[in-house]
Design a protein around this ligand. Structure first.
Ligand code: DGL
Length: 272
């Protein structure tokens, strides 16, 4: 069973969930974070639902064995199938799509764009959850990007790779931003907030919604409400596990500004 000194778990298909861990470190610096990124199987967004559920349940079980006090399902793609996974853990789960939809419900807009993986786009999970929270009629446009998450995963800090990321962003977003005139855009994949500077450079007037900020706020509210804030005699630490490349994860964690990195270790991937 977990208690207030248990860690908070964060799962993602890759390094994208670092964008969520970063927000939690800012808002809740006393909390210990345990991160698992499934680097061996990224990109999730191009897999079938059955495979995504199996891989996600494997990660949920990892977190259950480590008795996390809350699980942040950072990955939007997993968030779309989260109902098929929650029985694996005994703690509350917070997911990115729910947080993104909550963030949109507080805005005064009529036309919203969502950029995400192909799976998230095809699932229609965002439009459904946004509509469920918004009393007025909203136009919700969505685009699914087959390559963007993978490009971001391996391109941070590499000028050539980042040029490819920016080309891809234009290819995916020009229609919604320049032709359809969306009033704001939900970054519906955790990898995209990691290249927010590029998105802002290309579309300087486009308001962006990062579900990670809302997730961190919802986690804080929950921990406060339940009396589950850690007894923070010292700042919290971050321990990362990956089924991918340990060195790359350590480098990326520093590149995106994660702090108090305790360890980065390998965890064997699920066999597909
Ligand atoms: N970062 C994940 C998300 O938020 C998915 C990227 C991928 O593995 O396709 O959806």
């Amino acid at each position: 069973m977990y208690d207030k000194n248990s860690p908070v778990g964060v799962i993602d298909s890759g390094i994208g969930g670092f964008s969520v861990a970063r927000q939690v470190q800012r808002l809740l610096p006393g909390e210990n974070l345990l991160y698992l990124g499934d680097g061996a199987h990224i990109p999730y967004g191009n897999h079938s639902e059955k495979t995504i559920v199996a891989m996600a349940r494997y990660m949920f079980r990892f977190m259950q064995r480590r008795q996390v006090k809350a699980l942040l399902v950072a990955c939007n793609t997993i968030s779309c199938v989260v109902e098929q996974c929650v029985e694996e853990v005994s703690c509350p789960c917070f997911n990115a799509v729910q947080a993104g939809a909550d963030a949109v419900s507080g805005l005064d807009v009529e036309k919203v764009g969502v950029i995400s993986t192909v799976f998230t786009h095809n699932s229609r999970c965002y439009p459904r959850q946004i509509r469920a929270r918004s009393p007025k009629k909203l136009v919700i446009l969505s685009c699914g990007c087959p390559d963007l998450a993978r490009l971001v995963e391996h391109s941070l800090g590499d000028p050539q790779g980042m040029a490819q990321v920016e080309d891809n962003l234009r290819q995916e977003l020009d229609q919604m931003v320049l032709v359809d005139n969306i009033q704001c855009c939900v970054l519906g994949c955790t990898h995209y907030p990691l290249v927010v500077d590029s998105i802002r450079k290309i579309y300087p007037d486009l308001p962006l919604i990062d579900p990670a900020e809302q997730m961190a706020r919802e986690l804080k509210e929950y921990l406060d409400r339940e009396g589950l804030r850690r007894d923070a005699g010292s700042p919290g630490r971050l321990d990362i596990f990956t089924t991918g490349d340990v060195k790359e994860y350590a480098l990326r964690a520093r590149q995106v500004g994660l702090e108090r990195l305790g360890s980065v270790a390998f965890y064997p991937p699920m066999e597909l």
